[in-house]
Design a protein around this ligand. Sequence first.
Ligand code: TPP
Length: 575
Amino acid sequence: MLEKELSKEKAKSSKQITGAEALILSLLEEGVDTVFGYPGGAIMPIYDALYDYQDKINHILVRHEQGAVHAAQGYARVSDKAGVCFATSGPGATNLVTGIADAQIDSTPLVCITGQVASHLLGTDAFQETDVIGISMPITKWNLQVTKPEDIPAAVARAFYIARSGRPGPVLLDITKDAQFGKLHYKYEKCEKIRSYRPYPKLNMGDVDKAVELINKAKKPFILAGHGVLISGAENELRQFAEKTGIPVAVTLLGLSAIPTDHQLYVGFLGMHGNYGPNIKTNECDLLIAVGMRFDDRVTGDISKYAKQAKVIHIEIDPSEINKIVKADVAVNSDAKEALKALSERVSKASHEKWMQEFRDCKKLEYEKVEQHDLYPGGKGLKMAEVVRLISEKASADAIIVTDVGQHQMVTSRYYNYRKPNTNITSGGLGTMGFALPAAIGAKVGKPGSDVIAIIGDGGFQMTLQELGTINQSKMPVKIVILNNNFLGMVRQWQQLFYEKRYSSVEMINPDFVMIAKGFNIESAKVTERSDIEAAIGKMLDHKGSYLLEVVVEKEENVFPMVPTGASVAEIRLE
Ligand SMILES: Cc1ncc(C[n+]2csc(CCOP(=O)(O)OP(=O)(O)O)c2C)c(N)n1
């Protein structure tokens, strides 16, 4: 049906159409069904063209361009498509910057379209002129300024190809107003390759054989699974590989949900606030098999003391990540799915029961020292962990959990039971407070059949709370849980532990969140007592529309374990 209509559009366009209409038709050719955006002067012709295509493209009007870009990220992360956002020139474009940087570091495919002043005004400090190409150069996978209408279709084709292929990332097209107004003979050709850009490296079987040899010999092998596993859709291949070899699997923050957290070989989450076992055992294993991860410093701690005893196999699609932080004994420059499949076919069947037991012993210690106090606290105050665990028990397996940044993010990563792939959406590399609320909107649009639950701190919520307006206008049934400790909790924790409790600008005098939600027509409730929490979560999940639940939690709770900055992973603290 759409194809028929598109060819009608094309036939019409053998006359001539505007660059703005060509942009919309090009987006339709790429299968775009949703755009998150905010209009303004320099992008008005595009919004005018969009008016005629409202039945084909759902434009979600956000309340701030940062909301558009984070929503596009949420959409991309759950839908396997590129997220698309529109913004005007100048402040519209600069408001996208945080989200673009976030998408770049977390390998999220985005196509950002900005309007720009007319080309004869470029470089004159015209009204709302800003050099968004210069600004976004280091934070995009590719960007381009388009000044001629006839260049629009090919630019869009290239943009989608680059954003989605290989290691995904954000691209930006800056389109001058005269290019939007001007006319062209429209013709669209999809981009399938670009000279000298090789997004899919060919798997080298020699490297695979070398990796197999190391895996078969290892006594204490250890898999570290990252976001790359989810991006390449390699969850089954990861499981098959781990099950055949009996190797324990830990995940990075963005690798969470790549393997079910109740899988017998899953040993926990890595990094600064990760689980005890995976951190300690990194420095005791004899082989690290890193898959689709980039050895972020939050994972490695002091790099000079990181896994020195181990051989390293690094499976990674982006060659620039290989040997960047950790020297690989065997580098497999490949898509994770293809590499894991090849490895599984060749490795010997094995089990590492004694080694697995060491992880279970660590888990027991962590449970006794940390988890049981977090989950079953004796005191009056609610703890984040017990709230998260209840949400985990009550939410359906395919519910998508979107976290913001801070203590609640780490607690959710530790205590939520992720059962299905891509059910964890968070800002990992950039750690962008304000991410969760708009990203949850995008995730709901990208996967309308799944419940989307945003878990946010009181600080981060106030960074993008204006997007409650988007939820209200678009009738987006997103569930929002604010874990309110009246502090910028994570910073307070650091000030307590490393700055002699000199609390400097971390206490929050908060507004009435329930009343705020009401103002946006969003059903809401506040819980302060343990006896009310279970029913409140049930009510929220059963509610058909959007819902905001404020949970007042202990003010000065700390997240442990913790690898202090600059310490080795072996120096992880349990208290
Ligand atoms: C945009 C941005 N500004 C500052 C920070 C630094 N930062 C990291 S965590 C944090 C505190 C978060 O507080 P809150 O949202 O209340 O969550 P909590 O840690 O209490 O769970 C801050 C300020 C950040 N990550 N992002």
